[in-house]
Design a binder for this molecule. Structure first.
Ligand code: 6R9
Length: 645
């Protein structure tokens, strides 16, 4: 076990100026602990505009089915738009959109309200009513957020399906949610090419057996597509001619806001259901406490795709409900050049940047001379999400991107949790590279052993959440049994997150990877994350992924896949050096049996490494389903390099 105390890895104190101006100070924890329900009620009344106040804060009479802010009425889109315009901030920029080919569009809050109103009127004309579902299959363009908000405005739930998913994935999600309308585009731009989207919708609906009545099509690329008579309508015909006035209704706190499908370990994807009042409360609280948002001066940039939960909570709902200006970028970080992100930060003077560790490690590999060419001095806070961030990548992010002045918030949460759960509060504490540190105020997490005992030993255990929280999932769409079984059956009345974690001597939380990624070598529990961090800390290595492969003698053996930095040779000596390094750094038991040097790692578009596929390679099996990879050709490249090594 590596030493992870503050003394060993170092801690980084926030600048005095940051602390002085911070929204939330250290005393917040105590206040929240004293009475977490009163704490959340207070936050909700402060941050959300309720049309009718709620009564009971939490109804937990039928666990695990929670109701928050019972009886309250609100409109989520009103909270994201109208209230800012009413408060006199209609001229503030809501979205700075940057298209991959270099086109840009700006929407003020007043303009965005008009666009959302037009879309809400169009959807109403198409028969969409409160309680219906609308599927959204769009690239990262403003119309995606406009569509989501139009649904919210009508009290209809959206189901955003990531634009990189296949027609089969789209089809099963449309059927499961019984969507009435699909909103899509002709295509999108990715790596300078116009890729198509609409044909996937046509294929998904080709059997004529879905509930879809209308397909609304945004023209993005202008490529040739088929329009089906009586079913398909152009956005620019329908929406552009609709009235920009729309009076919104107010809905129950527990009215469904969205369904977002997330893959399970087995079987079909789970439709994670989120509702309105609790979700908005916790998303807004995290904007205030974790991102320290200052709506009048910040320029926020969350680089996630709206197709995954980070894009829901921190591209659409969080920033807009907070009333801040934000950046939305359509494309990839290396188009047309490897400095694109930094050019965007400079152009819009971004103050807060929120990205995935895999992006940071990619930038490290490309070299710090690229970001150094740009003026990044507007940045004041950095965030990380999606996977554990290795201390090495954390330090690089802090030094090269943050100029040693920006605190980094490493935010742990899930599609299921809706908003941040574990993250340092940047104005309240020093940050520690590689650790998410502690749960945010009002949230109660624990690390338990296999039997549910707390505390788990120094090797770590399983992360659980003890008390209900406002933005918790309300269930799995149409499958209450699976909801109970997946999250609430392992330990009584406790949410089981599926992540391995441990607390260090300072009480700070370190993530060890998903429970299925934790390895067992000769009876020792080893974390993929820890060994990957050790590999990435070696100067030869840019990126690393580790899996446990079945092994006759030790049960499992550690197998590493690494991408080396430019100039390092792919030789047996390099691999041996890396194996030795881990053995010395963590201990002989963690020394990988094999290290393969590869040119790519299999990653989803949300930046998660698909270790399952690497495990197939390590165990010499045929590689399993790779349909959710950002680039499905990488598995061939990996198999080729492994065959050579
Ligand atoms: C927001 C998001 C959830 C899983 C989660 C965990 C991993 C996310 C993390 C992290 C360590 C962090 N994860 N953030 N692990 N440190 N800061 O990613 O949602 O796509 O549902 O994934 O991602 O394993 O259980 P989702």
């Amino acid at each position: 076990m590596t030493d992870s105390t503050a003394e060993h890895v170092g801690v980084y104190a926030p600048p005095a100026e940051f602390v002085a101006g911070a929204n939330v100070k250290a005393d917040e924890y105590e206040r929240a602990d004293a009475d977490y329900l009163s704490f959340w009620a207070e936050q909700s009344r402060e941050l959300v505009d309720w049309n009718e106040d709620f009564g009971e804060v939490l109804d937990w009479s039928n666990p695990p089915f929670a109701q928050w802010f019972v009886g309250g009425k609100l409109n989520v889109a009103y909270n994201c738009l109208d209230r800012h315009v009413i408060a006199g901030n209609g001229d503030r920029v809501a979205i700075n959109f940057e298209g991959e080919p270099g086109d840009s569009r700006t929407f003020t809050y007043a303009q965005l309200l008009a666009e959302v109103s037009k879309t809400a009127n169009t959807l109403t004309d198409l028969g969409v009513r409160a309680g219906d579902r609308v599927a959204i299959y769009l690239p990262m363009i403003p119309e995606t957020m406009i569509s989501m908000l139009a649904c919210a405005r009508l009290g209809a739930a959206h189901s955003v399906v990531f634009g990189g998913f296949s027609s089969d994935a789209l089809r099963s999600r449309i059927i499961d949610a019984e969507a009435r309308v699909v909103i899509t585009a002709d295509g999108s731009y990715r790596r300078t090419k116009a890729t198509s989207l609409k044909p996937a919708v046509d294929a998904a609906l080709s059997h004529g057996d879905t509930s879809v009545e209308t397909v609304l099509v945004v023209r993005r690329t202008g490529q040739d597509i088929d329009m089906v008579d009586g079913r398909d309508q152009w956005w620019h015909d329908a929406v552009e001619t609709a009235s920009p006035e729309h009076e919104c209704e107010f809905f129950d706190s527990e009215n469904p806001l969205f369904i977002l499908y997330t893959s399970g370990t087995t079987g079909k994807p789970k439709g994670i259901l989120h509702t309105s009042g609790g979700y908005l409360t916790q998303v807004l609280y995290s904007m205030k406490a974790v991102f320290d948002i200052k709506p009048e001066s910040d320029v926020f940039w969350c680089t996630a795709d709206v197709g995954w939960v980070t894009g829901h909570s921190y591209v659409t709902y969080g920033p807009l409900a907070a009333g801040v200006s934000q950046i939305v970028y359509e494309g990839t970080p290396d188009t047309p050049h490897q400095g694109r992100w930094w050019e965007i930060v400079e152009k819009y003077k971004a103050t807060i940047l929120y990205a995935a560790p895999t992006a940071i490690r990619t930038f490290m590999k490309w070299g710090e001379e690229i970001p150094e060419k740009y003026d990044l001095s507007s940045l004041r806070l950095l965030g990380s999400v999606g996977e554990p961030i290795n201390p090495e990548a954390w330090r690089w992010y802090h030094r090269v991107i943050g100029g040693e002045r920006c605190p980094i918030v490493d935010t742990w949460w899930q599609t299921e949790t809706g908003a941040h759960m574990i993250a340092p509060l940047p104005g309240a504490m020093s940050t520690k590279p590689g650790s998410s540190q502690r749960s945010i105020p009002g949230i109660s997490v624990d690390v338990v052993d296999d039997e549910g005992n707390s505390p788990a030993g120094p090797e770590g255990g399983l992360l659980v959440i003890r008390q209900p929280w406002p933005s918790m999932l309300r269930g799995i769409w149409k499958d209450p049994e699976r909801f109970k079984e997946t999250y609430w059956s392992r330990f009584e009345d406790t949410y089981f997150a599926g992540d391995g974690a441990r607390r260090d001597e300072d009480g700070d939380i370190w993530f060890l990877g998903r429970v299925d990624d934790v390895m067992n070598v000769s009876g020792h529990r080893l974390s993929t994350t820890e060994i990957e961090s050790s590999l990435v800390a070696h100067p030869y290595v840019a990126e690393a992924a580790v899996v446990g492969a079945a092994d006759e003698t030790s049960g499992q053996a550690v197998v590493g896949f690494v991408i080396v930095v430019d100039g390092v040779e792919n030789t047996a000596e390099t691999a041996a050096e890396l194996r030795q390094h881990v053995g010395k750094d963590i201990g002989p038991i963690a020394k990988p049996k094999q290290v393969h040097i590869v040119s790519e790692l299999p990653k989803t578009r949300s930046g998660k490494i698909m270790r399952r596929l690497l495990k197939d390679v390590a165990e010499h099996r045929e590689v399993g389903d790779s349909s959710t990879l950002a680039d499905s050709s990488v598995m061939d490249l990996i198999e080729e390099s492994v065959a050579k090594s």
